[in-house]
Ligand binder design. Structure first.
Ligand SMILES: *[C@@H]1O[C@H](CO)[C@@H](O)[C@H](O)[C@H]1NC(C)=O
Ligand SMILES: *[C@@H]1O[C@H](CO)[C@@H](O)[C@H](O)[C@H]1NC(C)=O
Ligand SMILES: *[C@@H]1O[C@H](CO)[C@@H](O)[C@H](O)[C@H]1NC(C)=O
Length: 502
C-alpha cells in the first residue's frame, strides 16, 4: 500500500498496490489456443468478412515456429502473418524509420474479427534492454483519441516538432518511456487514429472494445515469441481510467479460462492510469475543488458568485447522479442528471477559456494544445502515412467525434462502476498506479483521491491510514506529469516497473 503526494505543489500521485505477488501464470506452448477477441455478436456484417480476410492471406507460420521481430527487415511493405491458433486474425507489420532511430521500431495492423477490423499500432523496442525489459501498452482516451497524441506529445520516443527545427517533423525525446520498457501504442477502438473497419463496423462500449484489445495483445505475444511470458503493463490516460480496468479484467478473466484449458496466458502485471476517469461519483466534487478551492491554484480562479452557485448545485447533482446513474442505471434519467451537473458545474469552466487539462494555462489550439493541430498535419502528410504504412481510408484526426458519439450514445462513461473492476484487480494481485497532475480539471486529482479513499477493497483501511509523502526526483519535489514533466514521469515509471517506492 503506498500513497504519495507532493504536498507542496498539491500534485498527487496515488499508488494503490497490493503487495501480494502477482499471479504467476504458466506459459504453455503448443496447446490449441482458441481466440477470444472475436465472435462479436453485434457484428452486422459477419457474413461478408470471411471473403475479405482472404486479402491478407499468406503462408501461415507453422505451429510453434517462432518469429523474432528482427526477422522483419522490410521498411516499405508489410509482412503479413497468420497463426493457426487465430484463424480469424492476422498481423501486418513493417519496420519503420518513424520516430526513433536508436531502436528497432515497427508499425502495423492487427486484423481482427475475420479481418474486418484493423487496429493500428506503433511498437518501439526498449532503449535499455529489449530482450529483458517489460512490455507496455499505451492508449489515449477520448473516447476516440489516437495514441499518437500520447506518443508525440507526452511520452513517446519522439515529440512533434513545434519549432520547425527538425528535417523529419519530430524531435528525439530523451525521456521516452521506451527508455525502460518495450512499448506499443495502440489506436483503439476501430475508427481511432489509423485504425479502421472495412464495412463500417463500430465499437461503442468499453466492454466491447476490451475483446478486440484482448485479441490484439494475445496475438502480439503469440506471434512475437521473444516477448512471450514477459510482464505486461497497461497504461493510458483520461478515458483510459475507464478503458484500462476493463481491459485488464478481460485479460485476467480470459487468463483464468486459458489456464483451465491449458492455453498460453498473458503475464499482466500492472495497470497505470494518468488523470483518469474511473469512478464517476467524485468527478464534479473534484472539479469544484479545482475551480473554487485551493487544490490546484493558491487562489480560486472562479468568481465568488460562480462558486456559490456551483456549491449550491453540487448536492443536487450528486443526489441525481447517485439515484439515476449509480444506485441503478436509467439511461434517460442518468442523462438528465449529467446534463444538470454539466450545466451548473461545467459551464463556468468552459467560459473561463482556460485549458481544461491544465488550468494554469489558457486553452489555445485544437483540444487546448497547439501540438494537436501540428500532429494532425504531420500525420496526414503522404510521407508520414507511407513511413507508417497507414491504410485507413480517411484523414487522421487526433480524436474521432464519431467514436466519441458512439460511446456517448451508450452512456459508456456512466453506466458501469469501473472502480469495481479496479478493486477486483487489486484483490487478484494486479498492481495499479493512479497518478494525476495538479492542474487538470477534466479528470482531476481531487476526484481521483476521493474515489480511491472510498474504494471498497481489502486494503481500504491501510490505504486510508497511510500518510502522503513527498515525491522527489533528483532531490526536488516533482510536479505535474507527463506533458509538462517528462523527466519526472519517466522516473515514476522506472521506479514503478522495478516495484520500488516511487
Ligand atoms: C471466424 O469468423 C467467422 C465469421 O465471422 C466465424 O463464423 C467463425 O466462427 C470464426 N472462427 C473462430 C475460430 O472463431
Ligand atoms: C529527426 O531529426 C532530428 C533532428 O535532426 C534527429 O535528431 C532525429 O534523430 C530524426 N529522427 C528520425 C526518426 O529521423
Ligand atoms: C497524397 O496521396 C494521395 C493519394 O495517393 C494523392 O491523391 C494526393 O495528391 C497526395 N498529396 C500530395 C500533396 O502529394
Amino acid at each position: 500500500m503506498r500513497v504519495l503526494r507532493n504536498s507542496f505543489l498539491y500534485s498527487v500521485l496515488l499508488a494503490a498496490t497490493l503487495f501480494a505477488a502477482a499471479r504467476d501464470f504458466t506459459v504453455q506452448h503448443e496447446s490449441s489456443f482458441v481466440p477470444v477477441g472475436d465472435g462479436d455478436s453485434n457484428d452486422l456484417v459477419s457474413g461478408m468478412q470471411s471473403s475479405e480476410s482472404g486479402r491478407y492471406a499468406i503462408p501461415a507460420l507453422s505451429k510453434g515456429e517462432s518469429l523474432h521481430l528482427n526477422d522483419i527487415s522490410l521498411t516499405n511493405n508489410f509482412v503479413t502473418l497468420s497463426n493457426p491458433r487465430f484463424p480469424n486474425h492476422s498481423v501486418r507489420i513493417k519496420k519503420t524509420d518513424f520516430c526513433d532511430h536508436t531502436v528497432n521500431a515497427y508499425t502495423g495492423y492487427l486484423d481482427v474479427d475475420a479481418g474486418a477490423k484493423h487496429m493500428f499500432f506503433y511498437f518501439f523496442e526498449s532503449r535499455r534492454n529489449p530482450d529483458e525489459d517489460d512490455v507496455m501498452m499505451w492508449i489515449n482516451g477520448g473516447p476516440g483519441c489516437s495514441s499518437a497524441m500520447g506518443l508525440l506529445m507526452e511520452l513517446g520516443p519522439c515529440s512533434i516538432d513545434m519549432e520547425n527545427q527538425s528535417p523529419n517533423g519530430t524531435i528525439y525525446n530523451p525521456y521516452s518511456w521506451n527508455e525502460v520498457a518495450n512499448i506499443f501504442f495502440l489506436d483503439q477502438p476501430v475508427g481511432v487514429g489509423f485504425s479502421y473497419a472495412d464495412f463500417g463496423e463500430t465499437v461503442e462500449t468499453t466492454e466491447e472494445a476490451a475483446k478486440n484489445v484482448h485479441a490484439f495483445i494475445s496475438i502480439f505475444f503469440e506471434t512475437f515469441k521473444q516477448f512471450k511470458g514477459r510482464p505486461l503493463h497497461l497504461s493510458g490516460e483520461s478515458y483510459g481510467g475507464r478503458y484500462l480496468p476493463v481491459f485488464a479484467s478481460e485479460i485476467h478473466d480470459q487468463n483464468t479460462i486459458a489456464v483451465k484449458e491449458g492455453r498460453p496466458t498473458i503475464n499482466l502485471q500492472t495497470v497505470i492510469i494518468g488523470n483518469g476517469i474511473t469512478d464517476i461519483s467524485t468527478l464534479y466534487a473534484g472539479r469544484f475543488e479545482i475551480e473554487c478551492g485551493v487544490s490546484a491554484l493558491d487562489t480560486p480562479f472562479q468568481s465568488i458568485n460562480a462558486c456559490v452557485r456551483m456549491k449550491m448545485a453540487l448536492p443536487r447533482c450528486q443526489q441525481m447522479m447517485q439515484a439515476n446513474c449509480i444506485d441503478s442505471f436509467d439511461s434517460i434519467d442518468c442523462r438528465a442528471s449529467i446534463n444538470f451537473c454539466d450545466n451548473e458545474l461545467s459551464t463556468n469552466m468552459w467560459a473561463s477559456r482556460r485549458n481544461v487539462y491544465d488550468i494554469s494555462k489558457p486553452c489555445v489550439g485544437d483540444l487546448c494544445y497547439l501540438e494537436n493541430t501540428a500532429i494532425m498535419d504531420y500525420m496526414n502528410l503522404n510521407s508520414t502515412r507511407k513511413l507508417l504504412g497507414a491504410e485507413a481510408p480517411g484523414e487522421f484526426s487526433s480524436c474521432s467525434s464519431a467514436v466519441s458519439a458512439g460511446f456517448a450514445a451508450h452512456m459508456d462513461k456512466w453506466h458501469s462502476p469501473t472502480q469495481v473492476y479496479v478493486a477486483q484487480l487489486l484483490e487478484r494481485g494486479v498492481r495499479i498506479l493512479i497518478y494525476a497532475g495538479t492542474y487538470d480539471w477534466q479528470c482531476n486529482w481531487v476526484a481521483n483521491k476521493l474515489w480511491l479513499e472510498k474504494l471498497d477493497w481489502s486494503g481500504k483501511d491501510d490505504y486510508n491510514l497511510a500518510q502522503f509523502s513527498d515525491w522527489t526526483v533528483d532531490g526536488n519535489k516533482a510536479g505535474e506529469v507527463p506533458h509538462d514533466k517528462p523527466k519526472e514521469a519517466l522516473v515514476m515509471l522506472e521506479r514503478w516497473l522495478a516495484n520500488q517506492p516511487l
